[in-house]
Design a protein around this ligand. Structure first.
Ligand code: AMP
Length: 149
């Protein structure tokens, strides 16, 4: 049975819905951009979390940011993929949730982001919450409510 099977939306917390860290593709701050691009292209994800050597969340990195970083005046300077580290190109201005935040907190954040990182109060990475999971839960709740009318 899923963690949210019999729960009302108001009782669901982020921990019930998140993809746990061990199932999340990530890159590290000191990886070259070439490695990050490889992970992104192979996984098919548009962006992934960036962690430091102690597995604390420090940002996210996506394909568009990588390509913008190596974009020169007239061409993509692909040799830069090997010279520039993820920490020089990553986005650090990101929202973050904790496992105990409510469903509604998660819903508010995924309006603007396809996924949101989840970390504990010390910054250690716990996982991600995706917009897909929030929408699936809303759909389930809608049909459950309808069939109870
Ligand atoms: P989805 O809702 O599954 O389409 O995922 C939306 C976005 O969340 C993806 O494009 C990725 O940026 C991120 N994402 C989803 N699942 C994972 C995962 N297992 N590892 C890393 N990033 C993920």
């Amino acid at each position: 049975m899923s963690a949210t099977q019999d729960k009302k939306l108001t009782d669901i917390v982020i921990d019930d819905l998140m993809i746990p860290s061990e199932k999340v593709a990530h890159v590290q701050v000191n990886n070259p951009l070439e490695h990050a691009l490889l992970i992104l292209v192979k996984s098919g994800y548009s962006a992934v979390p960036v962690l430091d050597s102690s597995y604390k969340l420090v940002g996210t990195i996506g394909k568009t940011r990588i390509l913008n970083t190596v974009l020169g005046l007239e061409r993509f300077e692909m040799e830069k993929l090997f010279e520039i580290q993820v920490q020089e190109a990553m986005n650090t201005d990101i929202p973050c949730l904790t496992k105990s935040d409510s469903f509604m907190e998660g819903l508010k954040v995924v309006i603007n982001y396809p996924f949101v990182c989840v970390a504990d109060e010390d910054g250690y990475f716990d996982g991600i919450l995706t917009r897909r999971v929030i929408l699936k839960q809303l759909k389930r709740d809608y049909y459950t409510f309808k069939s109870n009318m």
